[in-house]
Design a protein around this ligand. Structure first.
Ligand code: ADP
Ligand code: MG
Length: 605
């Protein structure tokens, strides 16, 4: 439709606000315009962090000569017609404000050549005032040149950061649109230097590799079925597809979880949480995945007219979307979590391992709290290397290539128990080498799944053991409050407790798994776990209690096991849904492949 002014009754319904706060927000609006115009190639050039110059060139359908001046008027758009259109927006833009806002605070030149016209035209506007409008030779598509952004608004100019910082914000915008539109070829040039490009091949994994580096891309696994999303006409919505990292690749914050709704990059704390939840017990607390998710949803079921930058949206039924995201990511992650390889330095690099240095992480019984656990150094080093933009530097020699995920299999290989070392680790042989199993972590996983199954399958919840005589306990101020607050949760995990006034409670039953423990101590420990883990991945109080109970009930390191006990443990571990990690996300086992052994013994080079 031609560009036209929206009547006030519609423009008043549009979420208003300042959209151009910094160069990156102008880039965002210009790229959105290019994509709405059907561009398959977008080139962004910046100088001095975008403040001196910001140029966006596209090969979209362009703008007719007659409509060019109108494009810069406030509330002029070609994307919606009436208030009804606001309810199902299929374009990235719709407010008709971006060009007007940018033109008001910069010196802007637009060259446009509409696909159905013979000649293009050029318009120049300085601080909102038209300086020139003339026919011009221009390639098909649209070029926008924004110079001296905020030259006439010193207050806003003052808030700009160093050019490098502004450039990194712009980089983030460009890379995210590249992830949202794998079919479109993006290029970003900073001071004339190409700093990012995507090929426009349509392959999301290609773009991920460009954004995060090839090494990280290798550790990303597919979520959902991309084809079902492409041919989604009949498929039930919402559809979720994308890529998410294996638990071996994680970050210390959640900013690497990117969510796109109908190709719009959105900020939605709930959906980010759905992704994090999907890693529940698979990722260590305080670690977050790298995730790129596309959600496809009927535009009628989402309101994008909530926030001026259109980054926040409102779902008609947020729960359905939350569950679709959580389910898709969970399935992908559980199916592909690999067994971590034992990191062993190269033979020709004797300095890198001190004599006597353990090849597996040290985890003594007294020191097995998740906060003190560390993955082998190689994991951390590799993660960091992979997430820096210069990730294509050669791999460090001591880093072991992680096992490719065994697609479609959640299982561990069949293992033959050989023995136990340090009364803590079970040594086993598998089809491809040696496996070391942490007996405590493995048992925790077994108990955790047993309790969760009990909770789901039995109305009464987790099985409990009645005390022979009810026990009256004084919990003290510290615990009485938390206890009173969580009586119902405690009931669901196997306790039966009644308040008896003040800090006094009567314990009638405890979880059957822990019936041999002194009830008050046990209760205090569970409450302590609850208080300590408030903000962690295990989100529900019930979940946190179950984890504490499992940790307490699991066999400890330092406990000698018979071969029969070890075999039983391994069999039970094989039967769990996520045998490779304990409920806190630590690995239950490490693997040393036959090839690694052969190489260490000099059998192969
Ligand atoms: P909106 O995108 O919300 O409609 P804008 O102010 O960003 O508002 O743009 C106004 C109009 O200018 C758009 O509706 C579109 O018709 C036209 N336009 C802007 N940029 C481009 C472009 N790169 N290619 C084609 N048309 C464009
Ligand atoms: Mg726009």
């Amino acid at each position: 439709m031609p560009i036209h002014l929206l009547p006030p009754e519609i423009s008043n319904k549009i979420a208003a606000g300042e959209v151009v706060e910094r160069p990156a927000s102008a880039v965002k609006e210009l790229i959105e315009n290019s994509l709405d115009a059907g561009a398959t190639e977008i080139r962004v050039e910046i100088r001095e962090g975008g403040r001196r110059l910001l140029k966006v060139i596209d090969n979209g359908h362009g703008i007719p000569v007659a409509e060019l001046p109108l494009a810069f008027q406030r509330h002029a758009t070609s994307k919606i017609n009436d208030a009804g259109d606001l309810a199902h927006i299929a374009t990235l833009g719709f407010r008709g404000e971006a060009l007007a806002s940018i033109a008001a605070v910069s010196q802007i030149t637009m060259l446009a050549h509409h696909q159905e016209e013979n000649i293009g035209s050029k318009i120049v506007i300085h601080g909102g005032e038209r300086i020139a409008l003339e026919p011009a030779g221009a390639p098909p598509g649209t070029t926008v040149i924004v110079e001296n952004l905020f030259y006439n608004t010193p207050a806003r100019r003052k808030f700009l950061r160093r050019p490098a910082t502004e450039a990194s914000h712009i980089n983030k915008i460009v890379t995210h649109y590249a992830l949202a539109f794998p079919d479109c070829r993006f290029r970003l040039l900073n001071e004339g230097r190409l700093t990012f490009q995507s090929h426009g091949s349509g392959n999301l994994q290609d773009v991920i590799s460009r954004v995060y580096g090839p090494a990280a891309a290798k550790q990303m696994i597919p979520v959902g079925d991309e084809n079902s999303v492409r041919n989604a006409e009949q498929a039930p919505l919402p559809l979720v597809h994308g890529y998410t990292s294996l638990p071996t690749l994680s970050k210390s914050n959640r900013s690497h979880i990117s969510i796109f709704l109908n190709q719009r990059w959105i900020q939605d704390r709930n959906l980010v949480f759905a992704v994090i939840q999907a890693y529940h017990t698979l990722l260590m607390v305080g670690r977050y995945p790298v995730t790129i998710l596309h959600i496809r949803l009927d535009p009628d079921l989402v309101d994008v007219n909530v926030h001026p930058t259109k980054a926040e949206v409102r779902f008609r039924d947020p729960r359905v979307v939350f569950q679709a995201v959580q389910r898709a990511v969970r399935q992908a992650v559980v199916e592909s979590a690999p067994i971590p390889e034992i990191n062993w330095p190269e033979r020709d690099d004797p300095g890198s391992r001190q004599p006597g240095m353990p090849i597996w992480p040290r985890q003594t019984p007294a020191n097995n709290d998740q906060s003190t656990f560390a993955f082998p150094p190689a994991f951390n080093r590799e993660q960091d290397a992979m997430l820096s933009p210069a990730a294509n530097t050669p791999r460090q020699s001591s880093i072991v290539e992680p096992q490719p995920p065994t697609q479609g299999s959640t299982k561990i290989p069949p293992l033959r128990v050989i023995g136990q070392i340090a009364a803590t680790y079970i040594v086993a042989e598998g089809p491809d080498g040696l496996y070391l199993i942490d007996q405590h972590a493995a048992h925790e996983r077994i108990l955790y799944e047993k309790m969760m199954t009990e909770r789901e399958q039995h109305d009464k919840g987790i099985s409990r053991q009645q005390l022979l005589a009810p026990l009256t306990v004084h919990m003290g101020e510290r615990y009485a409050g938390i206890l009173a607050e969580h009586l119902a949760d405690l009931g669901r995990v196997g306790f039966a407790i009644e308040p008896f006034g003040g800090d006094t409670f009567i314990i009638r039953a405890v979880p059957a798994l822990l019936s041999n423990m002194e009830p008050q101590h046990l209760l205090e420990e569970v409450l302590e776990g609850l208080a300590h883990n408030e903000n962690k991945v295990t989100s529900t109080a019930e979940g946190r209690m179950v984890t504490t109970i499992c940790k307490r009930a699991a066999i400890k390191g330092g406990q000698i096991l018979s071969v029969k006990e070890m075999r039983t443990l391994i069999r039970q571990l094989e039967e769990t849904k996520s045998p490779r990690t304990c409920p806190h996300g630590r690995p239950t086992m490490l693997h040393l492949s036959a090839d690694q052994l052969a190489s260490r013994f000099g059998r192969i080079q």
